[in-house]
Each structure stands twice: as C-alpha cells, then as structure tokens.
Design a protein around this ligand. Structure first.
Ligand SMILES: [Zn+2]
Length: 474
C-alpha cells in the first residue's frame, strides 16, 4: 500500500461510487461461480502486485518503457510492412531482449504486403483551386500519369450509394462522408469504399478520414479491392475538406477534382517474433502478451503500436529482472504486418493451430497505452469472473473495469474467435483516433508515467494469470 498515493486513492474511490451498483450485481454472481478459495487465492497476489508496481513506478524500471520506446522510435521511425527498416527494427528488439538475458526467442517468417506510397496530389479545380491534404490508402493503385479529373459525388453511407442511379456515379469521383460513430463501425468506409464505388462505375474514391477530430490531418489505413471490380485509386481526405466539399455541393455547385497518385506493390518476407519466459511448472501452457511492431509509413508508429509493443516487451523483462517465474510460460509476441490486415497474426494462428489448446489466455495492446483502466475481455462467464477478480487488485490505479468484448484487440481477434479467451488493454484512449494513422503519431503522444502504469499493469496481470492454480476456462 505504501506505493500508492492516498489522495489519488480517495479521489478514485469517490469517482468509482457511481459505478458501484453495476459492479456489485456482477460480483455476486462471480462470487458463486469462483468460490471463496479461488477469490482468496487471487487476492493473495497483492504482494506480487506491490513488488512489480514499486519496481516499475519508483524503482529501477521507472521511466524505462518510455525511454526504450523513444530510443526505438527515434532510431527507426516508421516501420512499414515489407521494408528493410521493419526487419532491422525486429533485429533490434531481439538484441534488446537478449541483453536482458532472455534467450528463448524465435522468429517465424511469412510473406507480407509491401506497398510503397509515391507522389500524391489532389487538387480542387472547381469552383476554386485548392490543394487538399490527402493520404492514399494501403494497396491503392496509381492514377494514370496525367491524373484523373472528374466531377465529385458525395454520399454519407453505402445505402446512399446503392440507391443512386448508375449514370449519376459512372465516371465520377465518389467521396464517402460517413458520420464517425466508433472506429469499428466507421472504418468499413475506408476498407470497402473503393470496391463499392468501383462497382457503380466510379473512377476514384475518396473517404472522409476515420477520426473524430482533425487539424487538417488525413488518416491513412488499409483497404482491399474486392474480386471482379476495376481497381480504382483511393485516398483519405481531411474532415475539413470533406465538410467544405459537402457545403459547396449542398449549395448546388459542381466540384471538380484532379487526383494524381502513384504507388508500387509487391510482397516481401517478414517475421513474427516470439519471446518466452518459460513457466516453472507447466511451460507448455501459454499466457501471451502482444503488440505489433510494424506501423504505417506516415508518423513514427510511437502510439500505433510502439506503446503496445513496449509494454508487451516489458512484461517478461520485468518478471525476469524480479526473478518472478510463474507456473505457466509468459510469451511476448511482436506481430508483423498488422496494418495490412493482421497478416502476422493469421500466419501465427495457422502455424500453431494444432497447439492452440496450449494458449491459456492471450492479450494485446493496440489501442493506445494511455492510463490503464482495465481489460476488454472475450471468454465465457467463468473466464470473465476470474479476470474481474484479478482486476480488483488494481483499484488504487483505477484499472478495475472489465469490458465485455467478444472481439477484443486487433491481431488477437484471429485467435480469440476460435474460442480462446483473451483481452486487450482498456485504457484512457479518448484521443487515440486523433493521431491514429497520421503524421502526428509521434513520441509527443506518449507519456512516461502512463507507460509505466501500463507496463506494471500488463506485467502483473500476465503474471497472475500465468501463475494461478486454475486455467482460464473456455
Ligand atoms: Zn495498431
């Protein structure tokens, strides 16, 4: 208890009162499911929690997650799938881990997309000349060298496109201008807009950046072309430009854009990296922590997913340094090529399908490493009750929230959907999608204290799940 700030504790206690009813009702059911003995066992990990938190927040590891992340990000910058810089950054992480005297490290090769952005320019020619800030979307084809000049049709959603007459879309540039609700719901307008617009005869598609906030910042991201459609160039525009064009068109004026884009696309070999801190009793049973090492070509990939990579790197390192060896193995995975569609995770799932029964629990941090709030958990009720009980140990940092989520994380969804329980880091990430997939994803988004809290939380949760007497049930 000595490591926690009492004032903060009091404030957090009052803040949490409003949620008390919801938590209580659930915990009554969980108490019956778990039984007193298991509940006592889980609460006995308070000592280990204190040891880890003291070491990370006040001891030798204080500030280390931030420092190591900054060194990494400053050295390599963006790490797009298929590039040499990504491979060099993987080698660097292996060396960094070996330097901690952790030597159970393997890499697994797989084929990954290698899409390279060239020149990109979108100019409004009518009703006035204006350059738009744009970013081509992953796998977008090039325009012809002379570009594509066409009138704009703007639609809010797919239904509006489908209800349009073919002759109103044919030969036009379609702008998708969806209302941002959540990333999960809205990002479909990025991933499918080119295919949908092309099917109606459009010559190019642009999409309002998938973000709730903008300072004229376009957000890139992946998209893929459906089969049997002409592959048309596709890019993200800013919220500001989407609103501008919408206003002009609503006034009955015609908007004409010229799009010039170039890119190249082939495949390369990359690697997933697997770091094991072997369990003392049941080394075949795995508790996995993970983040992805690749990033988009814009920005520095500090937030997406440098933070997740480094809190997951930190977990076995902190346990090793503290000589804490749990019953089961703590495995840290640095996924490759997440951004082009979870390519590394699919390859891992396929390669290890026959041993999937060994995965006791799988975790991922890929939605920011701001202050931890708890976990978003996939699993049956008993599994969720165990995790909820473990989260009670983090009341003093206000990280007790269990969000029920049938598909948490990004990469690990490939594995949890086969019925394996897992969780992603639930954190105070309200600003995450401001920076996501933009030039603004830099170290300035990261906070030293929050990264320490993230590493301490992530490590403690992984340790407890890897060490308790019961497996997480499926
Ligand atoms: Zn990511």
């Amino acid at each position: 208890m000595n490591i926690y700030n009492i004032c903060v504790l009091k404030i957090l206690f009052f803040l949490s009162l409003s949620q008390a009813n919801v938590i209580k009702q659930e915990s009554d059911t969980c108490q019956q499911i778990l039984g007193d003995e298991l509940i006592r066992e889980i609460s006995s990990y308070g000592n280990v929690r204190d040891e880890i938190f003291r070491y990370v927040l006040e001891g030798e590891f204080k500030g280390k997650t931030y420092d190591e992340l900054a060194k990494f990000v400053d050295k390599f910058g963006a790490r797009p799938s298929g590039t040499e810089v990504l491979e060099n950054s993987i080698d660097y992480m292996i060396e960094l881990t070996r330097a901690e005297d952790i030597n159970d490290i393997v890499t697994e090769e797989l084929e990954v997309p290698h899409w390279t952005r060239g020149e990109e320019r979108v100019t409004m020619l009518q009703p006035r000349v204006k350059n738009l800030s744009v970013l081509g979307l992953g796998r977008s084809v090039s325009t012809p060298p002379e570009g594509i000049t066409a009138e704009v049709v703007i639609v809010t959603d797919f239904a509006e496109l489908e209800n349009s007459r073919e002759e109103d879309i044919k030969g036009k540039i379609v702008i998708f201008d969806p209302v941002y609700t959540t990333y999960g719901e809205t990002s479909v307008y990025r991933s499918q807009s080119a295919t949908r617009a092309s099917a109606k005869g459009a010559v190019a598609s642009l999409v309002r950046s998938i973000a709730p906030f903008s300072i004229d910042s376009p957000h890139t991201g992946s998209q893929s072309y459906g089969q049997n459609v002409t592959q048309i160039p596709t890019a993200a525009i800013t919220l500001e430009d989407a609103d501008l064009i919408r206003r002009i068109i609503n006034r009955g004026e015609k908007v004409i854009l010229k799009i010039e884009m170039s890119s190249s696309y082939d495949t390369k070999i990359s690697r997933n990296t697997i770091v094991d801190l072997k369990g003392r009793e049941n080394p075949d049973s795995l508790v996995i922590v993970s983040g992805h090492i690749d990033s988009w070509d814009v920005g520095q990939g500090a937030m997406d997913d440098g933070g997740g990579l480094f809190v997951s790197w930190a977990a076995p390192v902190i346990l090793k340094r503290l000589n804490l060896q749990p019953r089961r193995t703590v495995r840290s995975i640095f996924w490759t090529a997440e951004e082009f569609g979870l390519i590394g995770a699919y390859a891992y799932e396929e390669k290890h399908r026959d041993e999937n029964h060994n995965i006791n629990f799988i975790m991922e941090s890929d939605e920011g490493t701001f202050a931890p709030l708890g976990l978003a958990v996939a699993g049956n009720q008993e599994a969720r009750c165990i995790i909820a009980e473990i989260l009670k140990l983090f009341e003093s940092i206000n990280a007790t929230t269990l969000v029920e989520d049938d598909s948490p994380g990004s990469d690990i969804a490939v594995i949890t959907r086969t019925g394996i329980p897992g969780a992603s880091l639930h954190n105070d990430n309200e600003r995450y999608f401001w920076f996501h997939h933009t030039a603004g994803d830099t170290m300035n988004v990261e906070d030293e204290r929050e990264l320490d809290l993230g590493s301490a939380f992530w490590t403690t949760v992984a340790y407890i799940i890897a060490d308790i007497s019961v497996d997480i049930p499926r």
